[in-house]
Design a protein around this ligand. Structure first.
Ligand code: GDP
Length: 456
């Protein structure tokens, strides 16, 4: 399915860099590129056989903007499956924008978010699960997340889903034949066989879902909060985790008033972390807002880092913080381990299973924190080499399929007619087709790609 519109966008980040790339895709991509790029060799881009790089100049309004290299790809052997020209210029913001402007004036339309990848999907270059993993690969924060996304991009998940689908369809085909042509001599498929297949596929899908859930801290990140009374070193802990001075660290109690959200890496785990204002009672109206936000964030969080100042004795405020963490996966951080210890460690240990001495000043104890969190979230078993789901949409499709298979199994067990079983199987197959995109509606597809960045 070729898209008749030729589109262009800057595919490199919106920042100065060594190289800036303007990507043009569509039937008229080479014609548009030929109007704004002049190869020194005098070659005509429209006659290029593809897989070629040309050196020359990018031009706008007949004037040279920059030296450039133009890469030419011929349909279907390109990212989008269409003719593609990629003009590489020096990555200045002004220059890349001028080249894009020139491309638009030469007949291209601006590409929407994710339009190149969407075209790759529509032109059959990759299925929906694989296209979605492109975005996961771009936003991957660590080696494991990147490996998992790459695996899905290469089709590992889609292949396993297709296998599951084929197994259900195999059973359905025999079922349908038997239901539709009762008089023919078609070997009746035994209900035991149906049940066995459904159970096997259901188990496989459940494993995929489980892997996604347990690997979520690695691929998507988990909501985390840092709590503690003022001045225990929450901001300092946050800064140690993020590796740079993100929030203002001061000696005045209560300076961190807003909830600062940040994505930080703790080993291979992504923490979507909120540094909250001190969880303490206050009359100051600005602080009250901060404290309210902190409470909400705490309720939503999966992981809590409760910070205490080990250089002074514990107070009732500390005890109140500890109480608020009771139902959460919490690590208690006895901060300021570089100073003499005055806090009652045993009291903290009575409240928390995981207590670690750290110093946000020297970095001591943060390796232990990394290992403890990996154990708590059981991410050590995460295998990026297996088929991985790359987002909630895919998870929902998988869950739906599991639900329909469970209904199918129940139907077989209760001895209802095989037509009913067939319907369940059909629904399960549809959910899996939606996952890989063969049955996804246009709205779903548009929604998925609208979350991509322009230029991808
Ligand atoms: P918050 O109010 O809990 O966010 O606390 P801050 O991060 O603003 O820290 C309060 C004070 O404690 C600052 O003066 C920090 O420099 C100091 N501090 C934080 N962590 C440590 C640490 O590990 N060791 C020492 N010696 N001082 C620390």
């Amino acid at each position: 399915m070729m898209n008749d519109k030729t589109v262009a966008a800057i595919s490199t980040p919106n920042a100065p860099g060594g190289i800036g790339i303007i990507r043009i895709s569509g039937e008229r991509a080479l014609e548009v590129a030929g109007r704004i790029f002049r190869p020194v060799s005098g070659a005509r881009l429209t006659e290029s056989p593809g897989y070629r790089a040309y050196f020359g100049s990018a031009e706008y309004g007949g004037e040279k903007i920059d030296e450039a290299v133009c890469l030419v790809f011929r349909a279907p052997n390109s990212y989008t499956g269409e003719d593609v020209a990629e003009i590489n210029v020096h990555g200045g913001l002004y220059i890349t924008k001028q080249v894009l402007r020139a491309a638009l004036e030469a007949g291209a339309s601006p590409a929407g978010p994710g339009e190149f990848t969407k075209r790759a999907f529509l032109n059959g270059k990759r299925d929906l699960a694989s296209a979605e993993s492109v975005m996961s690969l771009i936003s991957a924060g660590g080696k494991q997340a990147a490996a998992a996304a790459l695996n899905t991009m290469d089709g590992r998940l889609s292949r396993q889903i297709a296998k599951c689908r084929d197994e259900i369809t195999g059973v359905c085909a025999s079922l349908s034949a038997w239901v539709d042509y009762p008089d023919e001599e078609i070997e009746e498929i035994s209900t035991a066989q149906i049940k066995e297949t459904f159970e096997k596929v259901k188990k496989e899908l459940e494993e995929i879902i489980h892997r996604y859930d347990s690997g979520k801290a690695i691929t998507q990140g988990i909501d985390t909060v840092i709590v503690g009374k003022p001045n225990v070193g929450k901001s300092a802990v946050m800064n140690m985790l993020s590796g740079y001075d993100r929030s203002i660290v001061t000696d005045i109690a209560g300076t961190t008033r807003d909830v600062v959200e940040e994505r930080v890496m703790l080993g291979d785990i992504i923490l979507n972390i909120a540094d909250t204002a001190g969880m303490h009672d206050t009359e100051n109206p600005v602080e009250t807002i901060g404290v309210g936000l902190a409470q909400k964030r705490l309720e939503r969080a999966t992981l809590v880092l409760a910070v205490f100042d080990s250089s002074s004795s514990l107070t009732d405020e500390d005890r109140a913080v500890a109480r608020k963490c009771r139902d959460k996966i919490t690590v208690a951080l006895l901060n300021k381990s570089d100073l003499p210890c005055r806090a009652d460690r045993e009291e903290i240990e009575r409240e928390f299973k995981n207590v670690i001495e750290v110093s946000a000043l020297t970095g001591e104890g943060f390796d232990t924190l990394r290992d403890t969190v990996a154990d708590l979230l059981s991410t050590r078993d995460f295998d990026p080499g297996s088929a991985c789901l790359t987002g909630e949409r895919q998870r929902i499709c998988c869950m739906d399929a599991v639900g329909y298979l469970a209904e199918g199994i129940a139907a077989v067990e209760s001895g209802v007619t095989l037509d009913a079983v067939n319907v369940c199987a059909d629904c399960a197959v549809n959910s899996l087709l939606e996952l890989t995109g063969e049955r996804a509606t246009e709205t779903v597809v548009n929604e998925i790609f609208s979350r991509f960045c322009v230029g991808k």
